[in-house]
Write a protein that binds this ligand. Sequence first.
Ligand code: COS
Length: 384
Amino acid sequence: MISDPETFSLLHDSIARFVRERLIPAENRVAEEDAVPAELVGEMRALGLFGLSVPRQYGGLELTLEETLLLVATLCQASPAFRSLIATNVGVGSQTLLMGGTEVQKQRYLPSIASGEMIVSFCLTEPEAGSDAASLRTRAVRDGDAYVLNGAKRFITNAPQAGLFTVMARTDPARKGADGISAFLVEAGTPGLSLGAPMKKMGQQGAHICDVMFDDCRVPKENLLGEREGAGFKTAMQVLDKGRLHVAAVSIGIAERALQEGLRYAAQRKQFGRPIGEFQLVQAMLADSRADIYAARCMTLDAARRRDLGEEITLEASCCKLFASEMCGRVVDRVVQIHGGAGYVAGHAAERLYRDARILRIYEGTSEVQRLIIARELARRHPG
Ligand code: COS
């Protein structure tokens, strides 16, 4: 849903210009230094990018989901590392607070999350609990006016920069599945909280992940999300419904950029005396990519509009995440193929995009998990 087309169009234009003039020229530096330069982080904050989805009363821009995803797709025409920096503040981090937090918790943290002063990380995955998220083992035991957390979280996006961690931990060991899980707001610097070294990754240099460890980490009882035990897993799943649409938008943005690279190369590169774009087998790869991107875009915006209207979109979000991330994999692969040997050489955008895109089919639920969710939702909506 676009709430105010004129204002949104101005905002979209300014982000598109920022992507073109500031972010794309900085991509190689980000990849080489494995960091987003501080001046660009400042500009991203000034544009309000960290608070796109946060309500105005907490200092954000309060965009609808459709508006947010349109901007995310545009932002992702530059290296996805830029989007990754705002991803947890705009997506899973802030949304956990918005969907499950008390008013006091929201007022305490959301303004600095919206401004980008505080980075928030979402801690669900563990070394032994990936796709089977409900089997997580991190424990939270009530002790007087606090909970004591012990356990470890894995592959946590933005953890090296985070000022706040939303942590899923088991408060009821008698319940092995989802019911025994609660969510906690743990501030960086809390004794007993420590970080592993940033992990080296296949792609998306400039975006950082690491392990987060809790060793007798005392968290005030007021930082139990929603001050309610046992609601953490469901909140995490609701948040992931939206998160999966974000990943679909990222996939659309990366694929769009890859297609532009493919079109440019096909027009410039000559073989057999002609630009390779004049050969039908190359044209077919470009045409299939455009059709793929268009389909992903239509379905993702449709699901976002439905969510904006208050519909439950678990099935649709998984369809979009599955289709768009697989689509992006196909597109970047074709674009490397169009580039031939040059597409395999470091320093070319096609080679980087190929590596950057691989994680899309894995994080926020693998393609296999999305299929499982779609099948379950189908069975639920159409009982025998
Ligand atoms: N919205 C609201 N509630 C939800 C929900 C959703 N999207 N998905 C599940 N729930 C609820 C269920 O209704 C169930 O509640 P009841 O017991 O009251 O019925 C509860 O949560 C447990 O759900 P379920 O039984 O489906 O849990 P499973 O252990 O079978 O796990 C999957 C389901 C596999 C879908 C889940 O573990 C998952 O999404 N795994 C992937 C994790 C992931 O995406 N990780 C990425 C890292 S985080 S960035």
